[in-house]
Design a protein around this ligand. Sequence first.
Ligand code: SF4
Length: 152
Amino acid sequence: NRPPILVSACLAGYHCKYNGGSNLVPEIKELVTRRQAIPVCPEKLGGLSIPRPPAEIQGGDGFDVLEGRARVVDKEGRDVTAAFLQGARATAELARALGTRVAILKERSPSCGIRAIYNGTFSGCTRTGCGVTAALLLRQGLQLFSEETWKE
Ligand code: SF4
């Protein structure tokens, strides 16, 4: 029996996005329906509400947040770093408990982004780098794909 993969819950159609919406990709939802994937929303696990103000990493990427060199701030100026770290740790713990080796995560999210994240200016501009949860999962040795690359 192969261990389940983890997927960003919003990709599986859960309405956990900051604005209360989802990022449904029907084939990813299908993986959950077939019990091959477990949906997880790090920001919800971190205790953040739905809806919530959008947040971006300022001063680096997810690895820098893990090292205490960067922080996560929401659009209202609130420092939400602790919630993002808590959500990342809970997700990493779940991956460990399930024996998960692979995850499909939502690109550009400050939690789930893999190759790119918004650059901290709330202007829609992105930079190279990954989100906080993605960084911790990479450190834990998981192979990460986004909704844009998982079929490769
Ligand atoms: Fe989706 Fe990840 Fe954001 Fe949750 S934290 S809404 S799973 S991108």
